[in-house]
Design a protein around this ligand. Structure first.
Ligand code: KIV
Length: 272
């Protein structure tokens, strides 16, 4: 078979389990639209997360709470159209699953049916396990999310590192095991001490994906706007900026403006 006709093999939740077993790190990045999803998919990202961080970086809200299930479905549909190989995981947003298991399942089914994603992510520990079980028993893969869970920001009161104290660290360890028992295929660990993330990762047979949780997680995730430097006002130590697109895009826009004002754009070659 020529390379042009070779079938692209989709990453699945089983691929991620095998990667953990083989000690191969998992790469995950957020995406919210078709164009970036296509670039990230072609770059070889294992997982694209349609994060409810869309509420912040796409819609300009202060928190992830306002984004609706309909809006998440719109973003997820666009990402799915751009991703041929990456596993696409979408967040169920605040309000779409906390009330009870039936509501959680019907939100999960809407996201799967209308967006065509491959898995869902839900925030929380033992308190959401009955909903996780219900969704998993309908055949829908679920990723967990522990540590700093932005949908609970008003409970925490701050975006500081979580689980530094013994009691919260113990709760996080038992939450991780409870989620694994409930059937999640992976768990995001956000903004917790590296030593705790290492201990949790070693205690689980499912992969852990860290963000601000040190280098011993089985994979890493970042918000695309942070790693591309599109967001110039958010500089926590866990973000590595691979580009400085805020300044680059602003420079490009300013050059475009001055070219227009100077009657230099369009030139003869750019006209019909
Ligand atoms: O919504 C999001 O982008 C996330 C990541 C920070 C893990 O949940």
């Amino acid at each position: 078979m020529s390379s042009a006709t070779q079938e692209i093999k989709r990453i699945t939740t089983h691929t991620l389990q095998k990667m953990k077993a083989a000690g191969e790190k998992i790469s995950m990045l957020t995406a919210y639209d078709f164009s970036f999803a296509k670039i990230f998919d072609e770059a070889g990202l294992d997982v694209l997360l349609v994060g409810d961080s869309a509420s912040n970086v796409m819609a300009g809200h202060e928190t992830t709470l306002p984004i609706t299930l309909d809006q998440m479905i719109y973003h997820a549909q666009s990402v799915v159209r751009g991703a041929k190989r990456s596993l696409v995981v979408a967040d169920l947003p605040f309000g779409a699953y906390q009330s009870n298991e039936e509501i959680a399942l019907s939100s999960a089914i809407r996201m799967m049916k209308e967006a065509g994603v491959h898995a869902l992510k839900l925030e929380g520990g033992i308190e959401i396990c009955s909903s996780v079980k219900k969704i998993v028993s309908a055949g829908i893969p679920v990723m967990g999310h522990l540590g700093l869970t932005p949908q609970s920001i008003y409970k925490f009161g701050t975006y500081a590192v979580r689980a530094k104290e013994e009691a919260e660290a113990e709760k996080l360890k038992s939450d991780a095991l409870a989620l694994q028992d409930a059937g999640v295929f992976a768990v995001v660990l956000e903004k917790i001490p590296a030593a705790l993330a290492k201990e949790v990762s070693q205690s689980l047979h499912i992969p852990s994906i860290g963000i601000g949780a040190g280098g011993d997680c089985d994979g890493q995730v970042l918000v695309m706007h942070d790693m591309l430097g599109i967001n110039n006002e958010f500089n926590p130590r866990f973000v590595r900026k691979y580009l400085n697109l805020y300044d680059d895009i602003k420079d490009a826009a300013q050059q475009y403006i001055s070219n227009i004002k100077a009657k230099d754009f369009p030139n003869q070659h750019e006209s019909y």
